[in-house]
Design a binder for this molecule. Structure first.
Ligand code: FE2
Length: 381
């Protein structure tokens, strides 16, 4: 049970727990978050009023508890509104300390090569037929920004069926999907397909494609493993090693550009380590091939910037950070392209390697997941 206190000016309502913990709410915040039928649509939950509809001289005239509800009477509207105490406490903002730069959403778990023994995996047919299996796998996609799917059809465009499980393909100048195909010349067994440094795709777009799917149709060449690295774990390792280097990469924009085909000139200006306004780690862009001249770092910080950039790359290249796997036909992997870097190891020998890739969006993935989670909660009630 709680007790309630109202400030003399009617601007602050405080809930006091039995243990004495005090949680404050502002009158304007409470009024804006009212759930009565005049404030919120009962059908879709959308707010029906704008802030301008709330009087600027608003105050709470009276506050009292009624069981599990808080009833407030607002003036000058003469409006009485009931709040669910559970909802209020779940949405309280009176926690005190501001988090340090580089904090992570509680939904996210950083990882390193230790994830090799627990790669998130689901069977394609199961994910299609069983909402719970799809939900459990999407939870891991949200947690780790990476997941594998096995047992899919070995046919071109199968990756579009994977995207349809949770969202929509993002079409780009590379098309709805693109081919990653190399015939290794069997008469030249010494030939080695070049490995690629781990990178995020298309950092020259704004926004970047937020999910990438790479789907295997043939993979008989020697080598050619895929590997992934958690960019958030790499950024946090950089911060632990040298906070100034984390700061220089997160507080200055790099520039990225792609103009490799006629009629295309894509450019973006974003930091390699991106933080939200309140310091949440929200993105990593890292791609040696498409980094343009960096011109937004002050002269006297450029040396520090390059030292940080070099070390960030070394951390990304460290085998202790990477999860490696080889795809067989009908398997694919997905990455959160705002977080997880991917790479291809070198390959050689006879055989062929044929993957198809496409982009999709994380908002669709998270929406599908949240909706599946809500269904689970409702079923449990
Ligand atoms: Fe790539």
């Amino acid at each position: 049970m709680y007790a309630v206190e109202l400030s003399d000016d009617g601007q602050i309502v405080t809930l006091i727990s039995e243990a004495g913990a005090r949680t404050r709410f502002h009158a304007i915040w409470l009024r804006d978050n009212a759930w009565d039928a005049e404030t919120r649509s009962a059908g879709n939950g959308q707010r029906l009023i704008a802030l301008r509809d709330i009087p600027v001289d608003l105050k709470v005239e009276n506050a009292r508890l009624e069981g599990a509800a808080l009833r407030l009477h607002f003036q000058p509207e003469a409006k009485s509104i009931e709040y669910d105490l559970g909802w209020l406490m779940a949405h309280s903002y009176d926690s005190g300390a501001e988090p340090a730069a580089g904090w992570l959403s509680p939904d996210i778990t950083p990882w390193d090569s230790g994830l090799m023994t627990g790669i998130p995996l689901v069977d394609f047919n199961k994910a299609q037929a069983d909402g719970e299996a799809l939900r459990d796998w999407l939870v891991q996609m949200r947690t780790y920004g990476f997941g594998k799917m096995a047992g899919g059809p070995v046919e071109p465009e199968a990756l579009l069926k994977v995207a349809a499980l949770f969202g929509y393909v993002r079409e780009t100048n590379y098309g709805k999907y693109f081919e990653v195909r190399t015939e290794v010349n069997p008469t030249n067994l010494a030939y080695t397909g070049l490995g690629l440094q781990a990178h995020t795709d298309n950092p020259y777009r704004d926004p970047v494609p937020t999910v990438q799917i790479l789907y295997c149709l043939e993979n008989s060449a020697e080598g050619g493993e895929n590997m992934v690295v958690d960019g958030f774990a790499a950024a946090l390792r950089l911060k632990a090693e040298n906070p100034a280097w984390f700061e220089v990469l997160s507080s200055h924009c790099a520039r990225f550009e792609y103009a490799g085909e006629k009629g295309v000139c894509l450019r973006a200006r974003r930091p390699m380590i991106e933080l939200s306004a309140d310091g949440e780690l929200i993105g990593v862009r890292f791609n040696n091939r498409s980094t343009a001249a960096i011109t937004d770092v002050p002269f006297d910080q450029m040396e520090t910037y390059y030292a940080a950039y070099r070390r960030f790359g070394e951390i990304i290249d460290d085998p202790a950070m990477e999860v490696t796997f080889k795809l067989t036909p009908g398997e694919c992997f997905l990455v959160d392209n705002t977080r997880v870097l991917h790479a291809r190891k070198g390959y050689s020998g006879a055989g062929s390697r044929w993957l198809q890739g496409c982009y999709a969006d994380k908002d669709g993935l998270l929406s599908t997941l949240a909706s599946l989670e809500t269904q689970t909660l409702e079923a449990a009630e």
